[in-house]
Design a protein around this ligand. Structure first.
Ligand code: NDP
Length: 296
């Protein structure tokens, strides 16, 4: 399929571009300066020029803490734009896939969240992302919303990069051990999206629209993820300080994070006949690339 990607410069946007060929799709990935995801006229023109059959929104205001003091900017991109995208896609008869987040949940309890669980975001970022889900769904058409979490990639800003940077600078790393979630490779998200699109575009596939959870396995805490990253870095001779486990209350941030970010991915697995990926398989590639980049 010919797929137009918004947010082509981000972790997931770049992964979509990188994986398109292998997954048998033609991707037109537009970074922010090529196509502003809030600009309807530009979007319509780009869809026409490329002859796209599907639209994927990987653009978002992802600065979770900054969003607390910039709610209007977060709202414009995360809440308003997806409704516009879905409306434009429906007008043109295209499939629309929107990427969303575990932050739509309050994160209480210990049970993995199902798509049908009530949303109760505790941050501006989470509230705006939830509003975007609702707006996209209400626009009608062939819409899928893919919620994921803890995204990392061989590029971009992510927890893997931060841990490797801090490991080179500090004698120990203090990392939160009471938030649990699933690290998810942007490359695995890209593969999942490409797997979803043909069914999403097919009106006979009644089950392929709506909400889907997609997250790497196994679930871990941030501290356990940090240990895995540093172990992988050590294989390249990178410094390997100890990880000291701390509580969320000892690391205050402007935005409240969900304590339980574990997602139940059974619906995705059933409808698209694919198991959620093991993030440990993608981690070595990301660590090698990020360390290689810092040495270059
Ligand atoms: P990134 O921050 O890496 O990428 C987002 C991209 O959106 C950036 O390249 C940014 O450009 C771009 N962007 C910002 N404003 C606009 C605009 N007006 N028009 C077009 N593009 C714009 O995020 P990810 O790739 O990690 O996130 C992809 C999706 O996954 C998002 O929907 C996010 O909410 C979701 N998600 C992410 C998680 C994570 O841990 N990162 C966790 C769960 C879900 P610029 O760099 O120039 O600002």
């Amino acid at each position: 399929m010919r797929v137009l990607v918004l947010g082509g410069g981000g972790q997931v946007g770049r992964a979509l571009d990188a994986r398109a060929g292998a997954m048998g799709h033609d991707v037109y990935a537009f970074p922010r300066d090529g196509l502003d995801a809030t600009d309807e006229a530009m979007l319509r023109a780009a869809l026409e020029t490329t002859g796209a059959q599907a639209l994927v929104n990987a653009a978002a205001y992802t600065a979770v803490d900054r969003a607390e003091s910039e709610p209007e900017a977060a709202h414009a991109l995360n809440a308003d734009a997806p409704g516009m995208h879905a409306r434009v896609a429906a007008d043109l008869g295209l499939a629309y896939l929107h990427v969303s987040t575990d932050y739509v949940f309050a994160g209480d309890g210990r049970v993995p969240h199902k798509e049908s669980d009530p949303c109760a975001p505790r941050s501006v970022y989470g509230s705006t992302k939830r509003a975007g889900e609702v707006a996209a769904w209400r626009a009608g058409g062939r819409v899928a919303i893919l919620r994921t979490s803890w995204v990392f990639a061989p590029w971009g800003n992510n927890f893997v990069r931060t841990m490797l940077r801090l490991a080179a600078a500090r004698p120990e790393l203090r990392v939160v051990d009471d938030q649990r979630g699933g690290p998810t490779s942007a490359l695995d998200i890209a593969d999942a999206i490409f797997r979803m699109l043909p069914k999403l575009a097919d009106p006979a596939e009644a089950e392929a629209t709506g909400l889907f959870h997609f997250q790497g396995r196994p679930a871990v805490t941030w501290a356990a993820f940090a240990d895995a990253i540093l172990d992988e870095g050590a294989k390249h001779g990178h410094p390997r300080p100890p990880v000291v486990r701390i509580a969320t209350v000892d690391y205050p941030t402007p935005a409240v994070r969900p304590a339980n970010s574990v997602l139940d991915c059974a619906r995705y697995a059933r409808v698209f006949d694919a198991a959620p990926p093991d993030w440990r398989l993608a981690l070595p590639g990301a660590v090698a690339a990020l360390l290689g980049e810092s040495k270059a």
